[in-house]
Design a protein around this ligand. Sequence first.
Ligand code: GLC
Length: 480
Amino acid sequence: MKVVMVSSEALPFCKVGGLADVVYSLSKKLVINKINASIILPLYKCIKESQGFKDNARLISTLNIDMAWRKLSCDVYCYEINNVTYYLIGNEYYFSRKDIYGENDDFERFAFFSLASYKVIKEVIKKVDIVHIHDWQGAAVSLLHHHYKDRNDNIRFMLTIHNPAFQGICDRNDLWNYFNLPEYYFDNGLARLDDKVNLLKAAICLSDIVTTVSPTHRDELRRGISSYGLEKILPSKGTDFVGVLNGLDTKEFNPTTDRYIYANYNKDNVNIGKKTNKEKLMEELGLKDPNKPLFCIISRLTHQKGISFIVNNIQKLLKLDLNLVILGKGEKDFENQLSFYCDSKENACCLLKYSNELAHKIYAASDFLLMPSKYEPCGIAQLIALRYGTIPIASKVGGLKDTIVSYNTLNDDIANGLLFNFDDDNFLLNVIFAIDLYSKKRIMSKIIHNAMNSSSSWTKASKEYIRLYRQMIQKNKLSK
Ligand code: GLC
């Protein structure tokens, strides 16, 4: 079986969110299960300039891409890692930018990416069984395939929704302007939602199976919770819309072998292990009192991640008996407010950057992870935290609800965190509750053990994806 992922992010090359981890880990698992897996990814500047790319990538083809009146060129490079082939879509003008997202012409950049990906699938990779699209950036590939396919074409499509807020929206005439497609696809509704062209909607209709990254988020999207209009179309997919809970790369995130942390530890010596990590990190960050619990936030500082909750409560939060470390970048307003309130405090530190190494250190050192997401299709930070014996305190949404068992006095044999209802003032109450819990060493110890025992590897999820791929191929054969 030949599976091609189309994604705007993938490790080990580039990452903004959990999407990069999913595409990487799932492909790796597919190959171990004897599936031919490859990934099509834009050749961003940061990849092109890396030593790994310079040493290992091969230019395998140069394609001409027509985008309406624009005559464009695309260099396709090939790079193999863990037996997964990455096809990197090169175009200086579109992808030699400082950041991956956030440019005024993002729509056009990913339109180019989709046109080029479709050509790579048809002319370079060939004989593909499954195209697995992730989010809106590659969604137009399914529409291009629908428009051009001939009778011998057997490609099946899967779409995975990681973030429903971004859907690839444009005007009716942009179908021609960016994709050389007739406006007919707007008029007949296939690519239309709420009177706009919507690429994600088209991919939902044209995919044999649509997935999202947790069962609870699947239900939320069907019921119109944080679904940004997709509730109008997703219920029509019936059982072809599936929630598959993401896993975690348990090799990369393993406190027993982690090369970034100050002291390695396992379930048996977690107390002393975490204590050492905490003392060293706090000293390095200039935080004074390691006897108080250390809370952390490791997140994009965005609306989705519920950072307004932190900002609105930050002064009250910092008056409590705790330490707080924040790591992440995001919306400028959040960044400014958080650094303003944390600056020169003895118990708080705000690091406005992405750093994989620091993130590992903070997961290992912290007692609690705060994750007040407004919506969270799956979430990866809580999975990492659990593995490092760091107790997640999270809102009761999406994948957080599916991976965290909230503590109450009757369930300390299974509880691994705390969940709160987003709409209440429960956030601060839960933090206060956690500070109290921290002083109850016996219960705390149990919850930490439960957390470290929570299973989250990719084995189960990859088996489910393989089952769904097979089901799609089978259905195709039966319908012939
Ligand atoms: C997005 C979602 C996050 C999910 C990740 C990977 O970033 O916001 O919840 O874990 O995609 O699927």
